[in-house]
Ligand binder design. Sequence first.
Ligand code: ADP
Ligand code: MG
Length: 698
Amino acid sequence: MGITVGIDLGTTYSAVATFNKTTGTTTILKNSFGSDTTPSVVCLENGKVIIGAEAKEMQGMGNEGTASFYKSLMGNANYSIILDGKECNSEDLSAYFLRELVKDIEQTNQVKIDGAVITVPAYFNDAQRAATLRAGEKAGLKVLKIINEPTAAIISYGLTGGADKKVMVYDLGGGTFDVTVAKVSGASVQVLGTDGDHQLGGKDWDMVLKNYLIDCFSDEFGVTISDYPDADNELQVEAENIKKKLTQMPKVTATVTCQGYVGHYEVTREWFDEETSPVLGKTQFLVSQCLRDIGEATDCSGIDEIVLVGGSTRMPQVREMILREYGKKPVTGVDVDTVVARGAAIQAALCTEKTITMSLGGPQAPGASGGTARPKFSLCADSIQDVTAHSLGMLSVSEDKSRYVNTIILPKNERVPSVMQRPFKIPSRRNGDGEIEVYILQGESVTPSDNYILGKYIIDDIDPQSEKETVVDISYAYNENGMVEVSAVQRKTGKKLRVTKTAVPEDMSWIDETPKMQEVKVQSTIYIVVDASGSMSGSMGQVEKAARSFLEGIDLTCSKIGVVSFNNYTNIVTYPTNNQREISDAIRQVTSKANGGTEEPFSTLDSNFGPLDERNYIVVLTDGEWFHPDAAIIAADRLKAKGIEIVAIGIAEANEAFLRKIASSSEAALKTDLNNVQSSFSSIAQAITEGKENISLG
Ligand code: ADP
Ligand code: MG
């Protein structure tokens, strides 16, 4: 019977591990050179495929049939190279590499590999994940799952069955950087957030050295090495060697040869650290960004352990920076080269067994196994919870209709796997041949072309509707592998619509231009106005949940939401925006304030509402009496006279008669219980999305 393995398919080095169910530990499967890791280099020559150290050596000697660093171009439809007369893209190269790697591992270790979990940088988007999956299949592997590298590292290193802790993984490899924060509790891992850059890695450090040596050589001999491909290749290899030596020694002499000249140049670690501080700084920036996004202090004070992963974290400057900036010594005893493959191996075992028993001391420190009994704990498949690294957005027209924008519908760091539903409005068509095209994007930028376009989705079979607009509820399912699947239902009829994903048209230049066909979507502005007096303090958790449900029920491609809190003064936490993150942050920021009582918020809103949209709403939530009810009613009347619909929800001590007076109609007022606030908010969002101008809570 065969085994399952975990494969860390790295940009520069790859590793394969397996989990032993009897011992509860992982083992690295060595290659035919006796190494734990294999260079991710492919060489095609005379119909033969050569990989690993041999291919790397051939590359160093300037063999033109070799390819490396193809992982950084994974999923890129525009990239391909010709090797041995064959056109290959990154997926093909990965497939060649994987096929040979597996063959080599099988022969060397006398095993048969039945299935594999392959790791990808957390930052990989949908296309990159899909390409990795296909590469594995083309290589003849049964791909059990695609998982994120940092998550694999946490599974392997972080799980101890012990007390709760927050762990940060700082993964600096050859061509990618990822930072991930996870909560590890007992035998479960919950990833909280992730960030990264797949164009940042050890190669950038090599480049600093290489460029310096090119300059030195040119100054001494007047020869530009980059003009000579063979010498340039050799220098590339030399630069990486020098870098690695600087990890051990404070000073190294580099030897550079070209056109018969030989130059010797001394480089010190101090100089190297100084020159590479900008690239190291980029990783610090991403760490801060990741922490900020999940509401953690950026000085890492809320993080219990920092784990280093990836070959480049061997550089002393990385450890020094972590200690200096975050006041923490990185965890030791983790094998930076194999920890990812080991985690993938554990995940692979979980794909075939419901639960497995892990033994401590084995996975991360093979040498530390000892003979004494080690603590054991069991792990099951659903104890690992990951998140998405990118926001999911939709191409829409900016409010002033002057340009296309990316409207984020699901912010990053959503749990995976999961299904989420969001409404999308379309102008109704009388003739009924209802078909819409939506472009779905991954990324954080408002500018559509800065993001990755997942695809053009055609939603058709939409029934004609008499209303001005049709609401389609779109579901976005993130599957096990972190890939997106889209489905849609017409809200009015409950009919499941046909969704076809088509390739992104080659010419997408129009997304940077002014929209020609102006979409006639009705725009709305909504203020959520929350009583934040002292009496609300025990209710804020529920209120936050309710506000979030509200946000999820609104189509942000044509609506803006503002958030306001009021007690003895009115605070506009955020002005109306369709930026998910801003709205979300604002909702989180609403906190109650003791004493001071409650002043009406309407006058402040009246002078701050801004230009009125086609539809305007205020949804107010309160739990008691206000200071000047009569003045509040007059101020509310002024807003209503402008056509703004006011919905009033009261809980606890709120006075029902008063709610009716401030609301636009008695149907738009509701006295309820704290437990019902969330469902009331959802139904208000639903009514707004369906275009109801008069809200009825009956
Ligand atoms: P990836 O996962 O991207 O393939 P790895 O985690 O295998 O990357 O790390 C490879 C990178 O680590 C390369 O840039 C390599 O030069 C660098 N590296 C390996 N060993 C050392 C060392 N001793 N000192 C500095 N850098 C190193
Ligand atoms: Mg790696």
